[in-house]
Design a protein around this ligand. Structure first.
Ligand SMILES: Cc1ncc(COP(=O)(O)O)c(C=O)c1O
Length: 369
């Protein structure tokens, strides 16, 4: 028996008929771009998260980029985020001429350290935007981050690409900052069957701007008020997402059950397990463990037919693409330390209990041999 790191085909089996119907509905509607399905999904997802507006776009990367522009960022402005995130958090903006500044993480949650953020913002008045990442499905410390950002007049764009449905003190993530970005990449907690993303905000101004930016800068057909992109969530993906949204909480509960089982089976081993702060509702986009013997464990598990991944092996400040920023090893010790120790165990709603037990048995054998 092999255990895959993701199993998208199997996650979808129960939804097959509903998805087929959604596909046919769009196919026969004759409307494929910015139609009824996108509009309804935007309203439904915004309502689910608890914000006023949603703007469906081509990917999570585009959601970040269009949100930053909609919030008023201008070329040369700086933004601050953590170095241990998917590269898109940074690259979505840096390629537009916005300059990244990094803030280290807290080891318990792998999310932004609000104390270091305060120091950074105090020293650099060019930073206009803060992007906390709700990494692996666990919320960042939003109250502390918000307090520091308010004091320094820095806007907040939540990167909620890995945390659909997660709660921060009872509020859905994506509803706390000035705007938020979600990805619907297939492996996400809410994933579509291609690329997709959404910007959420309760600000009418940001909403209006994002609507224009995703569609060639026009509000009215053929009147281009500003320069914009072609980045629109398409009708088919929106129709699939509407069906899948009704399963999101159920799927998140399955992920939480799997996390509970992993924790129960692995708690006595010399392995750091993911923590859930008492104010958080973790949705376990990934189940990330930590050990100094990470590389050995990864190959041992692979030899047993168990496939794991690393999110992420090289922090962004040390990536070749960002060499010109002048960062060096040692600049963000926590993010650097975890990058050599983290391992993402298989985690997806259709993962079976006997598969989880097989993974746990193999890990136990590895440590006890
Ligand atoms: C934290 C984070 N930010 C941004 C993105 C970018 O999303 P997308 O792949 O939809 O462009 C992803 C996912 O890939 C992500 O995990």
């Amino acid at each position: 028996m092999q255990v895959k790191s993701f199993n998208l085909e199997r996650d979808t089996v129960d939804l097959k008929e509903e998805l087929r119907k959604a596909f046919e509905e769009v196919l026969y509607s004759g409307e494929y771009i910015l139609g009824e399905q996108v509009k309804l999904f935007e309203e439904e997802f915004a309502h689910y998260v608890g914000v006023k507006h949603g703007v469906g776009v081509g990917s999570g990367t585009d959601a970040l980029r269009i949100a930053a522009l909609s919030l008023g960022l201008e070329k040369g402005d700086k933004f601050v985020t953590t170095p241990n995130t998917y590269v898109a958090t940074v690259m979505s903006l840096s390629i537009m001429g916005f300059i990244p500044v990094f803030c280290d993480i807290e080891l318990e949650s792998y999310t932004m350290d609000p104390n270091q953020l305060e120091e950074i913002l105090r020293k650099d008045s060019k930073i206009k935007l803060c992007i906390p990442v709700h990494l692996y499905g666990h919320p960042a410390k939003m109250d502390e981050i918000k307090e520091v950002c308010t004091k320094h007049e820095v806007l907040i764009l939540e990167d909620a690409c890995q945390a659909h449905g997660a709660l921060y003190k009872g509020r859905k993530v994506g509803s706390i900052g000035d705007a938020s970005a979600f990805s619907f990449y297939p492996t996400k907690n809410l994933g579509c069957y291609g690329d997709g993303g959404i910007i959420l905000t309760s600000s009418k101004k940001v909403y209006d701007m994002a609507l224009m930016l995703r569609n060639y800068g026009q509000r009215e057909k053929h009147l281009h008020e500003i320069e914009g992109f072609n980045s629109r969530l398409d009708e088919l993906q929106a129709a699939f997402l509407r069906k899948k949204l009704s399963y999101l909480d159920i799927h998140n509960e399955k992920r939480r059950h799997i996390a509970w089982l992993y924790k129960k089976e692995l708690s006595d081993l010399p392995l750091l397990l993911p923590q859930e702060a008492e104010w958080a509702h973790h949705v376990y986009h990934l189940f990330v463990v930590r050990t100094e013997r990470r590389d050995e464990l990864l190959s041992y598990l692979r030899d047993q037919g168990i496939y794991t991944l690393i999110h992420y092996p090289l922090p962004i400040h040390l990536q070749p693409a960002y060499k010109s920023l002048g960062y060096a090893p040692g600049d963000f010790p926590k993010a650097e330390k975890v990058s050599s120790e983290i391992l993402s165990l298989p985690m997806y709603p259709s993962l079976k209990e006997d598969e989880v037990l097989k993974v746990c048995y193999a890990i136990r054998k590895f440590f006890l041999q």
